[in-house]
Design a protein around this ligand. Structure first.
Ligand SMILES: [Zn+2]
Ligand SMILES: [Zn+2]
Length: 303
């Protein structure tokens, strides 16, 4: 068993932010200023603007506004089904060289693009695998990818393909470590903003600490559910859920191992899972009575 970083046991505080959204620099309906103003009003701590195939200059930080962390989203490569990968790079210093022509971009090897993004200083995750038509065999060979979007609001609101939990479990079951982020991917045309975010644990709010937290899995993903604590003592995992509590807590493992705790009457404040010892990994999903979710990263992984 390889114990992974448990952000709840990490010093620091929680910072809330989004790692994926668009502006009028690409196909979003809001300007950079308007997008940042929206997230400022919502009290977000950090925002990455990830316009397509370009690096939108990081705006000057407004008083009480979120920290902007540079980002981009590139559509490259070809999947088993002939679709392309959407790779999000966060924290890059400069834009990587990319062909303007769509066909040429889709002819690139995704692994080479991941490497280029990493060399430019980025942490890379795969956006909306379900919407992209990616299958597990598209994800398994990719080295250097920190995670996938377990939830993407835009693709959920648009066509109901925002959840990629099965892709995630499929990779984890094969011993491939990926973390799970949740993002708006706001294009501001649909109700795709204020829907999904990441709670990241760090000692300070700086671009470096946010990028490091993303790389090391020091976060959980949420569409509104709040996790007060997740404790793992090697034998049991105990989750404490913030108000209003959970209607359901799921401990997700490989194969058919795992456990589901359902509230009877009052919402759950805590739930515990006794680790059997043969699970390859355990991660936790929480749902509130109104259907808001949260997803932890796996707490350990057998590779
Ligand atoms: Zn995309
Ligand atoms: Zn996007």
């Amino acid at each position: 068993m390889t114990a992974l970083l448990n952000p709840f046991a990490r010093p620091g505080r929680w910072f809330r932010g989004v790692f994926h959204c668009h502006t009028t620099n690409s196909d979003g309906m809001r300007s950079v200023e308007s997008a940042m103003a929206y997230y400022a009003e919502g009290g977000y701590d950090f925002v990455s603007i990830t316009d397509h195939n370009q690096l939108t200059p990081v705006p000057r930080r407004r008083k009480d506004g979120p920290l902007a962390v540079p980002g981009t989203e590139v559509d490259v490569g070809q999947s088993r089904l002939g679709t392309s990968y959407h790779l999000v790079g966060i924290g890059l210093r400069e834009m990587i060289g990319l062909p303007r022509e769509v066909a040429a971009r889709h002819g690139l090897a995704p692994q080479a693009v991941v490497r280029a993004l990493q060399q430019a200083g980025a942490v890379v995750f795969v956006a909306h695998p379900y919407w992209s038509g990616l299958v597990v065999d598209d994800l398994l060979p990719l080295d250097g990818v920190a995670g996938i979007e377990v939830f993407n609001a835009n693709t959920e609101v648009d066509i109901g393909k925002g959840y990629s939990g099965v892709h995630w479990d499929d990779c984890l079951s094969r011993g491939k470590l990926l973390f799970g982020v949740a993002n708006d991917d706001a294009h501001w045309r649909l109700q795709d903003f204020g829907q999904a975010w990441t709670q990241l644990r760090a000692e300070a709010l700086t671009p470096e600490s946010i990028v490091e937290g993303l790389q090391s899995g020091a976060f959980y993903a949420s569409t509104g559910a709040v996790l007060e604590d997740v404790a793992f003592n090697g034998a049991a995992i105990t989750v404490r859920v913030g108000a209003p509590g959970a209607s359901e807590v799921r401990f997700k493992c490989d194969h058919r191992w795992g456990h589901r705790v359902v509230a009877e009457g009052e919402p759950l404040e805590t739930a515990t899972y006794a680790v059997r010892g043969h699970e390859k990994y355990v991660r936790v999903e929480v749902a509130t009575p109104s259907g808001q979710r949260a997803w932890t990263n796996p707490l350990f992984l057998e590779r």
